[in-house]
Every structure is written in C-alpha cells, then in structure tokens.
Design a protein around this ligand. Structure first.
Ligand code: F6P
Length: 355
C-alpha cells in the first residue's frame, strides 16, 4: 500500500508557506516515496473533501520553482470558525484516505486541529507559522522573518518623508497581543520608540523620547512603531469584534497621533500609517525559505518514524520537535519585558515604555 500523506495550511497566511509545502512534497516523495495530497482551504477543504495531488514535478514549474519565492499559500487557508461541522471535518481525514497529516498553522489552528486529531483519530504533525511569532515552544515561527523585513522597509520609507516634513511618523504593525513583530522590526530599522502590548507607556515618556531625538537631529522628527494590540495609557485597546466574535485590532496608530498632537497643542505634527496585510505578503526572506525547508523535511521525517502528535520547532539553529499537547497548553509566547531585546532597545536609547 502506498502511504498517503496530507498537507494543509491553516490560519492567517504568511510568506514561506509555499516553500514549506514544497519541502514536504520533496522529502515525502524523494525520501520515502509517499503520495502527497494537498488539502485546500484548511478545515473547509477537509469538510468538503477538496484535494489536489502534489508532486515534485508539478510544483517545480519547469525549473522556475515558484514555490520558493512566492508569498501566500497556493493551497488556500481560512482564518475563521466553520461553526458546528466538526464531525464532517474529522471524517474528511478518513474519507480522503489519509494515513497522516501535516498541518502548517499558528497557535489557534494548532489548538483546533490538535483537538480534531484527538477526536478523529488522525495521525498529525504540526509546523508553526505566524507573523506574530507567538507560537510557544519554538524560537521562531515560519513567516516572522519576512514580516519583520517588511516592517523594517516601511520604517525606512517613512523616515525620508517624516524628516522632510518635520513630522512624527507612527507605524501601526500587526501582532495581536504580542509585540515581537513591532520590536524586531523597529529595532532592526532604528525606530525611535517602540510600543508593544507587553509594556505600558505614557504620552509624557513618548514625548520626552521624541524631543530628545529631535534635538539631536535638529528636526522635530521621529519614527514610532506601535503594535496593534497596545493599550492606551487609560487601558483602552483599539479593537472591534467581527461577525465571528473575533477581536480585530485597528486604530491605535491614530490614537497615538491624536494624543501627541493634542498634548503638545499642535507643536508636534504626526501621521499614522497602518501597515496591515502588507506584512503578510511578498516573497519570503532567505531565512524563511531555509526555515520552511528544514521544518518541512523534519515534519515528514517524524511521519516516517511514526512520531505523531508533535510540532516541529526551532531551538537556536536546530530543528527539533515538541509534543503538540504541550504547545497548545503552554499559553501564548509574548515579549519578555525583562528580556534581551527590550534591554538592547533601551541600550540604544529607544523608548519602549515604562519597563
Ligand atoms: O495572526 C496573524 C494576524 O496577521 C494578526 O497579526 C492580525 O491581527 C490578524 O492576523 C489579522 O487577521 P485577518 O487576516 O483575519 O484580518
């Protein structure tokens, strides 16, 4: 009997997903002779039995190998609940005839799929991906590095217009409750202040930082990065609840802008930019394609060794694996306010709130 391995992507997309699927297909076919079946649109595809056979040849596109360099996921994904269809999803695994499944997802998807696997008797291995970098028990998730690159690029672009106009440029980044993306992007591109959900800030502290850098430059100019999940000094978080009951964060950048302008009675002129889904697109960085390749290969090796209910993870430069159960019970991985990167930011004279 030919081993039939499924692969799907679930949750918000990011750069590097196609490279991970490619790695799964190459290792499975080349290393073990497995048949690989792509499942479209995550749980919805399982529910509707929508599949696509994957081979090394079909993904290579006559030498162009587009899977390595394209963003998004060609299998499609969903980032929402499907309602009361759990049984149909669970049965999809059996009806499609899978012997094992590799699920590429963030912390939310891992929790949902791990439960489906437990209830449906699936044999599953997970690969962590998310631009938020908040999946626990891995040093980095797939897609994070590419998103950091995009944040850094945006800061570079905002700097030239900001300094030309003597304005404070506020960049709102994604990340939900985690500040990793804002912190890494801001630090790597030399932002003057970085506000993250894990550390409270004050308008006075922020203004002090702006005035300090402005004096040094002789321009009333600064770049401030603010993560979407940051609470205002009065505790308010800018979010709306969408029709699925999920929090959707938006507007904290504008809030910071109006606080700066009103507190200084217009002495500071500021503008907000919401980077939004741009952070999820674009070609993956070399680090992300490398991570995708290592993760994909390790996931297939785990399947071949019949080591299921595990998630591949990164420890330093090494790819290892951890029990999925521990991942879904560990709680979200947030920025440590006492951690090295926060200390580096402070050491560089960057305002990171009232640590
Ligand atoms: O979890 C990834 C993420 O991009 C968050 O940073 C962001 O808040 C959210 O997804 C946006 O989700 P959606 O694509 O559903 O708008």
């Amino acid at each position: 009997m030919r081993y039939r391995l499924g692969v799907l992507t679930s949750g918000g997309d990011c750069s590097g997903l196609n490279a991970a699927i490619r790695a799964v297909v190459r290792r499975a076919q080349h290393g073990y002779g497995f048949e690989v079946i792509g499942i479209e649109d995550a749980g919805r595809g399982l529910m509707e039995r929508r599949i696509v056979p994957l081979t090394i040849e079909s993904l290579d596109a006559q030498g162009f190998d587009p899977m390595l360099s394209t963003g998004g996921t060609f299998l499609g994904t969903i980032n929402c609940s499907l309602g009361d269809v759990e049984k149909e999803i669970q049965d999809g695994y059996r009806d499609i005839g899978l012997d094992a499944l590799i699920a590429i997802g963030g912390d939310g998807s891992m929790a949902i799929l791990q439960e489906s696997a437990r209830m449906g008797g699936w044999k599953m291995v997970g690969i962590p991906k998310t631009i938020d970098n908040d999946v626990p028990l891995t040093d980095r998730s797939l897609g994070f590095d590419s998103a950091v690159r995009t944040v850094a690029k945006a800061i570079e672009y905002l700097r030239t217009t900001g300094v030309s106009h003597d304005r404070v440029m506020v960049l709102e980044t994604m990340g939900r409750h985690a500040g990793h993306l804002a912190l890494h992007g801001g630090l790597s591109a030399g932002a003057d202040a970085i506000l993250i959900p894990e550390i409270p800030y004050t308008i006075d502290g922020l203004l002090e930082a702006i005035d300090r850098t402005s004096r040094m430059r002789n321009h009333l100019f600064a770049v401030i990065v603010v993560a979407e999940g940051v609470a205002a000094p009065d505790g308010m978080i800018c979010k709306v609840v969408d029709c699925q009951g999920r929090d959707r964060f938006q507007g904290v950048g504008e809030l910071v802008v109006s606080a700066l302008e009103s507190t200084t009675k217009g002495r500071v002129e500021a503008r907000a930019t919401v980077l939004g889904h741009v952070q999820r697109g674009g070609p993956p960085t070399a680090l992300d394609t490398l991570t995708a390749t290592m993760f994909g290969m390790h996931a297939v090796d785990l399947v071949a060794l019949e080591r299921f209910d595990r998630m591949v993870c990164l420890r330093g430069d090494n790819v290892e694996d951890v029990p999925l159960k521990e991942v879904v019970t560990a709680g979200q991985c947030l920025v440590d306010p006492q951690g090295q990167l926060v200390r580096v930011a402070q050491g560089m004279g960057i305002y990171v709130g009232e640590v």
